[in-house]
Design a protein around this ligand. Structure first.
Ligand code: NAP
Length: 298
């Protein structure tokens, strides 16, 4: 029996672990893939207060080491569901806790077009910092208009010969500070008001077809396509113990409380107005603190 099981070892989950470990609680962190969550792929973090610049990998590794030093147990298993009695069922085992913090974040949104999934690793990627190096002096395209797409464009422009940044609207969702940098780059070409209608190639990506707002199609030869169109939650497996909104995010009352006593949510997985590193770690610390306060009543 653990005091708290944390599901997810991203910034929210690991921050909860840090707070709980420092409060001497018996904690298990369950993670399906590897620690760090989405931020591990950020090439540079420049908006974390008090840290001028750090890579997502270094940030995540520092946080992971900070947590491990407290003796927190982290197991790499996939959570399948939470039973009503707060037993967490994984692909491997069942674990019981007084409290559970769901910090599962979100996963890359897919374009959901033909060949997208088949060509992952064959020209299609969701992570510029992971795969960018394969495209030295090649032609790449990025799809999206948020901070991730803008950052990816800048990152790839230092590696690839030519970078197309394709966005479905005229205005970007990402911050101007990135856009100003992009405009200074000779090898980034903006394609606005356009969507990708097909991914082409026999066994690997060879080109994409884009469609503008007048439905005019154009074929662009590229070697790599980086899809950066945001994230989606993956909370359906928890729907017996938490309420979800229409987009699948967990509805939290009072920051981190879900509808089930002793089950809390932290980070991108919940309904919130700003999904950033700062708000994820904020949630993580609140969830842990609330769990500690309420532990005797659970
Ligand atoms: P995001 O802000 O949600 O942006 C997603 C972008 O993809 C939007 O421009 C959206 O277009 C577009 N899009 C969505 N679905 C699409 C589809 N089916 N086809 C074509 N385009 C589609 O996602 P994000 O850029 O991954 O960022 C996620 C969060 O992390 C944000 O809060 C962001 O600020 C934060 N972040 C911060 C940093 C940083 O501060 N250093 C770096 C990366 C990310 P519309 O604009 O038309 O909706």
């Amino acid at each position: 029996m653990y005091d708290v099981i944390i599901i997810g070892a991203g910034p929210a989950g690991l921050t909860s672990a840090l707070y709980l470990g420092r409060a001497n609680k018996n904690v298990l962190v369950l993670e399906a893939k590897s620690y760090g969550g989405q931020i591990v792929n950020a090439s540079k973090i420049k908006n974390y207060p008090g840290v001028e610049e750090i890579s997502g990998f270094d940030f995540s590794t520092n946080l992971y080491n900070q947590v491990k030093k407290l003796g927190i147990e982290i197991k790499y298993e996939t959570v399948l569901r939470i039973k009503d009695d707060k037993t967490v069922v994984t692909n491997n085992e069942e674990y019981k806790a007084k409290a559970i913090i769901i910090a599962t974040g979100s996963e890359n949104r897919k374009l959901n077009i033909e060949k997208e999934r088949d060509f992952v690793g064959k020209g299609v990627s969701y992570c510029a910092t992971c795969d960018g190096n394969f495209y030295k002096e090649k032609i790449v395209a990025i799809n999206g208009g948020g901070n991730t797409a803008l950052e990816d464009a800048l990152y790839l422009s230092d590696i690839a010969k030519e970078v197309y940044l394709i966005h479905r609207r005229e205005e970007f969702r990402g911050e101007n500070v990135y856009l100003d940098e992009i405009k200074k780059k000779d090898n980034i070409k903006l394609i606005l008001n356009a969507t990708i209608s097909s991914i082409n190639g026999d066994n690997k990506l060879e080109s994409i077809t884009i469609k503008d707002k007048d439905e005019q199609e154009q074929l662009i030869k590229i070697d790599g396509l980086f899809i950066a169109i945001g994230q989606e939650p993956k909370n359906e497996i928890f729907s017996n113990v938490v309420d979800l909104d229409s987009r699948g995010y967990i509805i939290a009352t009072d920051d981190v409380h879900t509808k089930t006593k002793g089950i809390y949510v932290a980070g991108d997985a919940r309904v919130k107005s700003l999904r950033q590193l700062t708000t994820a770690v904020s949630d993580g610390s609140i969830a842990a603190t609330v769990a500690i306060k309420e532990m005797n009543t659970l």
